[in-house]
Write a protein that binds this ligand. Structure first.
Ligand code: ATP
Ligand code: MG
Length: 576
């Protein structure tokens, strides 16, 4: 491609709306074009990289025995009502109506559609196992679309679904997909980590997220350097503090604690450790119609943090069906008092108690009375929970739940996720097969997603410097850029054409910067676009000499035209 003919609009300045490098650089290189909040189009360079990523995904999925199909983004509401997700998915589901008033959604994912395919087409064990995938546009009306392609409302996903006879079959399919994901993200040049994850709105029993390590990522992961434990913080189990079995329960005592609304304040005021206190977090829940369904009070030790994912899992409700309560309003119904809520005296709400609290003795808690706390509150004697389970965050420095070593945290970008669904969809949607004895069984399913557009953003996050992108060869929109210093100079133009033809003949993807721009502008653009190999044709052209430089390295080498072509083709072959 000749740059003089190419549609290319690069920006010198940083666009105001962009905060993170991938978003800034995609806008500055003109790879993407914003149409609305969280809705982007792709220009030539951007689309070429998307197609490269898709190509890698396709090769590895095909190699793993999955078959590509392509379903519509428009999905009838009936299928979602059958699975129960029409209500459960909440406002992220982009709902539309046709002219007859029939309801549809723009698919955020395709479990229902693929389950519908197999329930119609698969009847016998002989047809299993089966694995189908597609690379397709997804829609999620995200509450906070941001960071460009990182969290958009329209995005490209590869989604795959496996169908097996039994759990052993699913285990094998899951391992195959996991292995394919490791290959895909490695080929994309990502530094990533598979971590145990929560199943979220998709449902099922077991899951891993593939997380590209990055400061700007929205996933927080907890991992251990001494053993293999690695999980999203949402999911990570947290060890309970040791139970204080040998401690006696002291008589409960009300104390005046004026103005001590936070745990810090009350612990300071009473001269105790935060570990000797418990704190309340108060919520209101909603039903499917969006009406208030009830109140929830969650209790964790004073120095802990509440884990919202664990809480909604314990309550068995979707994340969008709960929010912080208006404490005054909740107080009228339940007796809670903002800043002074404890489990004693609370009524008419679901009390969720973190699993370690029953083992801890003589804690200090709010008294459900303005400016008062209770000392020596004990589980069983003074209060009970409707639900007792682990609802706390595994923080940095906490003991690893597997080996006890101090836990580390890191941030990352979730680029893919694999799930064991089990029979959730096959049972609710009636997808059964007959075994050798004509007995019916629900098909055992798994599902596997990769955010193609988010992967592109993650690659840029990990591969850039202050001058621009540094594409790994495998996903670069072009392999080589030939920068001609003086395109009007006949010798330079001739040499550049010769290199261009030689590289194209060798199968390389090449940009020829033949624009009538100053060399400085061209070098800046070459760095910004991040093309892995730059060949500069300048004064040396008369002697058949060019300058060869990798975008990722600082040094340049002079060599002959022939050497340059050979070296470029070899490098592309090794790295693509
Ligand atoms: P997140 O937790 O970031 O909202 P998710 O867990 O809901 O994502 P999945 O349902 O697992 O997402 O979807 C599969 C993949 O699709 C994700 O791993 C991610 O790479 C990508 N993805 C999900 N939501 C978005 C989005 N809003 N924009 C871009 N990519 C997305
Ligand atoms: Mg996910």
């Amino acid at each position: 491609m000749r740059l003089s003919k190419m549609h290319l609009k690069t920006l010198r300045e940083v666009p105001a709306e962009a905060e993170i490098p991938s978003h800034i650089l995609m806008l500055r290189t003109g790879m993407i074009r914003k149409l609305a909040s969280g809705v982007y189009g792709f220009m030539s360079l951007g689309w070429r990289t998307i197609r490269k990523i898709e190509g890698i995904v396709r090769e590895e999925m095909d190699a793993a025995g999955s078959q590509e199909i392509h379903m519509s983004a428009v999905q009838p509401a009936e299928l979602w009502q059958e699975s129960g997700r029409w209500d459960a998915y909440g406002p992220e589901l982009w709902r539309i109506k046709d002219r007859h008033g029939r309801e549809f959604c723009l698919g955020p994912t395709h479990e229902e559609i693929f389950t519908d395919i197999v329930r119609n087409d698969v009847s016998s064990y002989r047809q299993l196992p089966m694995n189908l995938y597609q690379i397709q546009t997804k829609y999620r009306d995200e509450a906070r679309p941001r960071f460009g392609l990182m969290r958009s409302r329209e995005f490209i996903m590869k989604d795959a679904y496996s169908f097996d006879r039994d759990d052993e079959g699913l285990d094998q399919s899951y391992r195959d997909m996991y292995a394919a994901y490791e290959k895909i993200f490695t080929r994309c040049g990502l530094d990533f980590r598979p971590v145990e994850a929560d199943n979220g709105a998709i449902g099922g029993s077991n899951s891993h997220e593939f997380t590209a390590i990055s400061e700007v990522g929205e996933s927080e992961i907890a991992y251990c350097e001494h053993c293999s434990m690695a999980a999203t913080v949402e999911r990570a189990e947290c060890r309970d503090a040791e139970a204080q079995d040998d401690m006696d329960m002291l008589p409960m005592e009300e104390v005046h604690t004026p103005g001590t609304k936070t745990i810090e304040e009350v612990a300071d005021f009473l001269g105790m450790d935060q570990e000797q206190t418990m704190k309340a977090l108060l919520f209101v829940t909603y039903d499917n119609e969006g009406k208030e369904a009830g109140y929830v009070a969650a209790f964790v030790r004073g120095d802990r943090e509440l884990n919202m994912t664990k809480l909604v899992n314990a309550l068995g409700i979707p994340e969008h069906a709960i929010e912080f309560a208006d404490e005054e309003k909740m107080g009228v119904a339940t007796g809670c008092v903002g800043g002074f809520t404890g489990p004693v005296g609370l009524h008419d709400c679901t009390i969720v108690v973190d699993s370690e609290l029953p083992g801890l003795k003589n804690l200090c808690a709010g008294a459900c009375k303005e400016d008062h706390h209770l000392k020596n509150v004990n589980y069983g004697r003074d209060y009970e929970g409707d639900i007792v389970t682990d609802i706390k965050v595994l923080k940095e420095g906490d003991p690893c739940p597997v080996c006890g070593a101090p836990i580390k945290h890191a941030r990352g970008i979730e680029v893919g996720q694999v799930f064991k669904l089990g029979t959730k969809y096959s049972e609710s949607m009636n997808a059964y097969y007959k075994d050798e004895n004509m007995k019916d069984h629900p098909i055992v399913m798994g599902c596997y997603g990769i955010g193609v557009t988010r992967t592109m953003a993650a690659i840029i996050e990990q591969h850039h410097d202050e001058n621009g992108i540094i594409w790994p060869m495998s996903v670069a929109p072009y392999h080589v850029i030939i920068t001609v210093m003086k395109p009007d100079d006949e010798i330079q133009a001739g040499v550049a054409e010769k290199i261009y033809d030689g590289l194209l003949a060798g199968g390389a993807e090449v940009l020829l910067d033949d624009r009538k721009e100053r060399p400085g502008v061209k070098f800046k653009d070459a760095d910004l676009l991040g093309i892995p190999i730059r060949i500069t044709v300048g004064r040396g052209a008369a002697d058949g000499i060019i300058e060869y430089k990798m975008r990722r390295d600082a040094d340049k080498t002079e060599m002959t035209v022939e050497e340059g072509i050979r070296k470029a083709l070899e490098t592309i072959d090794e790295e693509k």
